[in-house]
Design a protein around this ligand. Structure first.
Ligand SMILES: [Zn+2]
Length: 224
């Protein structure tokens, strides 16, 4: 179930509980099924006062993007160097991504709960989309053209582009949108695409949130 598990080097345990910090950087749990949802999920246990932001620094953001395959290892190295040279600009770029993350959460969590798209976040997203797609270029290829976002290798705001592309692709795909879910656990609010055959996935991770909910129901029943 955990798509992040497939990205792990062999021999290591799958990433659970949102991820973990390692000497090499943060290892993210990527179970959303779309980059824009995985970004939203980097703010863990969102409904709780003890919520945990796994994007503590711009370096974390680069780790996340590399593990999400939004950056090649070479592109990630160039961005880490640029961030080390321009720490204040890197901090601003991180804050921009954190703001975008909240816009995406507001929009996708409403849609996952069957509510209409909230006007404010949709307006913000449209402005971000125009900014990102101004960098979009066609790249010749066979059997079809590809696309990429033209920018300098050290452009600290470049991660904005593939995240916006992911959000655009999800919002314009009926097949994906009808699989959009918010985790059923009270303490979670993670977003994901339910790719299960019978569309029965209720939790971001059965072994974590699913178990927690089962334990809670068990105690409620015993107290009644
Ligand atoms: Zn969950």
């Amino acid at each position: 179930m955990a798509s992040g598990a497939a990205r792990m080097p062999t021999g290591e345990s799958p990433v659970k509980r949102g991820g973990r910090r390692t000497p090499q950087g943060f290892l993210f749990e990527l179970t959303g099924g779309a980059a824009c949802l995985d970004l939203v999920n980097t703010l863990d246990e969102r409904p709780l006062a003890t919520r945990r932001d796994n994007l503590e620094s711009y370096a974390d953001l680069v780790d996340w993007a590399e593990q999400s395959r939004l950056l090649s290892p070479g592109e990630a190295r160039a961005l880490r160097r640029a961030a080390a040279r321009r720490p204040a600009a890197a901090q601003r770029a991180l804050q921009q991504m954190q703001s975008l993350r909240e816009v995406l959460f507001a929009l996708f969590s409403a849609l996952a709960r069957g509510r209409p798209a909230p006007a404010g976040p949709l307006h913000s997203l449209n402005r971000s989309l125009a900014r990102a797609f101004a960098h979009l270029e066609l790249v010749p290829g066979r059997p079809r053209f590809g696309s990429s976002f033209a920018c300098e290798p050290g452009d600290l705001e470049r991660l904005h582009f593939p995240v916006m592309q992911s959000a655009y692709e999800l919002l314009t795909s009926a097949a994906d949108l009808e699989r959009l879910r918010v985790c059923a656990a009270d303490a979670c609010d993670w977003l994901f695409l339910d790719r299960s055959r019978n569309r029965s996935r209720r939790w971001c991770d059965m072994s974590v949130c699913g178990n927690r909910d089962k334990v809670k129901r068990f105690y409620h029943r015993r107290r009644e």
